[in-house]
Design a protein around this ligand. Structure first.
Ligand code: ATP
Ligand code: MG
Length: 580
């Protein structure tokens, strides 16, 4: 699987330089086919040169990395063209929706760095208008109440090669349709007894245009409108009208809606021609959805993982939900960078998980504070260093920032190093610690391994060493090839560190070959007891640290407490993932 998408490659060729003010000075915007459409509209003066986009989530789950692409695209375009982007809840299905989802969606859009305070909308606020427009369609002979059973409707829809058949109820009078629709609304009919359909063309080669359903009966409480309605509008009908009511200029959606566009346009044209809605209508533009390797993205599957306890919740740090990524230690900047690099195209887009990890490293390298942490500790006793004595050592908080200050820690007789930084029988090219060899403890002294002690199972329990007092870091003098991180017992902190791996073992767990759950990686979470340098004592969630040589880490926002820290590793420092 290539990490470069076809679409991104094509876009790069046509890249044009453009300057936008984003508060951070100049910013180079790669062009793409959507920008070209908007640029043309700006030139022609369509939509009065305004750009109004929207991100329309259905509050039936948590947002995932695919949604982030859509959020960054819609809010990003609005920002670049000095327009606005609406956050609109597409809340037309009372059965699956919930305020918990709504709250988390708002929180994650804000976390990504986008504001919608004055631009928060709900499709459910348009229920009145949508109903009135449906009556208008009925009055014009463009909609009818169909009383066929669901099975009959399915059977009469036809297939890709066969036209559909007209419903026996298609020619009901407007009066009868209006009366029935009113009764449906008032709850006088059972779920499924009738639906309202547009009268389009049962012979259309496009199945979406074969008298699509626009209203169904649902005796269900809606989390915002309560029991005011017993009929609820369908997505295709609701979406275009909501866009038009909000004067959206460019309505961006994923490719599977391409075949629905004629319906989108048909509904709006008929409401514009009678002055029910203003012109010009919004333009629906489709782009390819983002697919990420080693994960599943469908909300149904994410919900299943949560409900069956295969993960700890929607915000499990292994989940590719935004809540999970945040908890794991991904930054909003890294996700925006990832979305920007993914680009916009109509080509089928598969992106490698490694690209997401790279975006985090690129975002954090320059800014993250550094610290030393030993994840798999083995004890080192420095026999020629006096017991009870300590030596102050320090290191830059961030080597890329001269004004970032320094962090302090103490060298002492008993320190911990990483078990893998010692080899009893060193292989060629191993420059770390081995019997009789020297290594530098970073930011401190050179030590030499004199002998080791092992337990009955043959594991090293203590390394006995001597230090060279003339080699303190920063004082000039001699050096050695290897330098390893360490933490001393006297001022180190013990903490739980959670090391994550991909949740699935295969690139496409969703390929359809067998149940995706059979590809779960049993080694996706490993918890270790680590030693951390003292500067981490007050670390907080939302702060990112580079643990020297070990990766980027962040305190767990749920489980980490002062005095009982829990860190998550977001990524290692280098690419090089292999299936475990
Ligand atoms: P479903 O409709 O099955 O519940 P969905 O992923 O389409 O799932 P929505 O809440 O409707 O969920 O999505 C909100 C917006 O996010 C839509 O405009 C949708 O096109 C966009 N979106 C969803 N998944 C992706 C993806 N993988 N890549 C890009 N955009 C996406
Ligand atoms: Mg959807």
């Amino acid at each position: 699987m290539s990490s470069v998408t076809q679409g991104a490659a094509t876009d790069a060729k046509t890249e044009v330089k453009k300057t936008a003010v984003d508060g951070k000075g100049e910013h180079k915007l790669p062009s793409n086919f959507i920008r070209q459409i908007i640029d043309a509209d700006q030139l022609s003066g369509k939509h009065n040169r305004k750009v109004v986009t929207r991100f329309p989530p259905e509050p039936n789950g948590y947002l995932h990395i695919g949604h982030a692409k859509s959020i960054c695209l819609n809010f990003g375009l609005a920002k670049d063209y000095a327009g606005v982007c609406h956050l609109r809840f597409d809340d037309t299905n009372p059965v699956k929706e919930d305020v918990e989802y709504e709250e988390s969606i708002k929180e994650m859009v804000e976390w990504l760095g986008f504001s919608f305070t004055e631009n928060l909308y709900y499709a459910s606020d348009y229920f009145g208008k949508l109903y009135e427009f449906a009556q208008h369609f009925i009055e014009r002979g463009l909609a009818y109440v169909d009383s066929q059973s669901a099975d009959e409707i399915r059977a009469n829809r036809g297939t890709l090669v066969e036209p559909g058949k007209n419903s026996p109820f298609r020619d009901r009078s407007s009066e009868e349709n209006l009366r029935l629709f009113d009764e449906m609304k008032r709850g006088l009919h059972a779920d499924g007894a009738h639906i309202l359909r547009l009268k389009m063309d049962m012979g259309s080669p496009n199945i979406n245009l074969r008298d699509p359903a626009i209203y169904r009966i649902r005796h269900a409480e809606h989390h915002r409108t309560g029991d005011a309605w017993c009929v609820y509008p369908m997505y295709d009908y609701t979406h275009c009208i909501s866009d038009a009511i909000e004067r959206i200029t460019h309505s961006l959606c994923t490719l599977e809606f391409e075949a629905h566009r004629p319906l989108y346009d048909w509904v709006l044209e008929r409401l514009v021609e009678t002055g029910k809605l203003p012109a010009p209508s919004p333009q629906q533009i489709e782009f390819s959805r983002l697919n990420l390797s080693y994960t599943v993205m469908s909300k149904r599957k994410l919900l299943e993982l949560v409900e069956t306890g295969l993960v700890s919740g929607w915000d499990d740090p292994r989940m590719m939900t935004l809540a999970g990524l945040r908890r794991r230690g991904f930054t909003p900047g890294s996700i925006r960078l990832f979305a920007e690099r993914a680009g916009v195209s109509k080509a089928h887009q598969w992106i490698d998980m490694a690209d997401l990890e790279r975006a985090l490293r690129d975002d954090l390298d320059a800014t993250a504070r550094r610290a030393m942490a030993v994840l798999d500790p083995v004890r080192v006793m420095i026999e020629n260093y006096p017991d009870g004595q300590t030596e102050d050592c320090s290191a830059p908080v961030n080597p890329h920032d001269d004004n970032g200050g320094r962090r302090n820690f103490k060298f002492a007789r008993e320190v911990f190093i990483e078990r893998e930084d010692f080899m009893e029988n060193p292989v060629k090219g191993f420059f770390r610690l081995a019997p009789g060899t020297e290594v530098r403890l970073r930011h401190a002294f050179i030590i030499k391994c004199e002998r080791i002690e092992k337990d009955a199972a043959g594991n090293v329990t203590t390394i006995f060493a001597t230090y060279d007092a003339a080699t303190k870091s920063g004082t000039g003098g001699r050096n050695v090839k290897g330098a390893i991180h360490w933490v001393s017992k006297v001022d180190g902190i013990q903490a739980e560190v959670r090391l994550y791996d991909r949740l699935f073992n295969v690139e496409n767990p969703d390929s359809g070959e067998g149940d995706y759950r059979t590809y779960l990686n049993p080694h996706s979470l490993k918890s270790v007891n680590a030693w951390l340098e003292p500067s981490l004592a007050n670390a907080k969630a939302d702060e990112s640290y580079q643990f020297e040589r070990n990766g980027y880490f962040t305190p767990d926002r749920i489980d980490s407490k002062p005095g009982a820290l829990v860190f998550n590793r977001a990524v290692t420092l280098k690419d090089g993932w292999k299936p475990s």
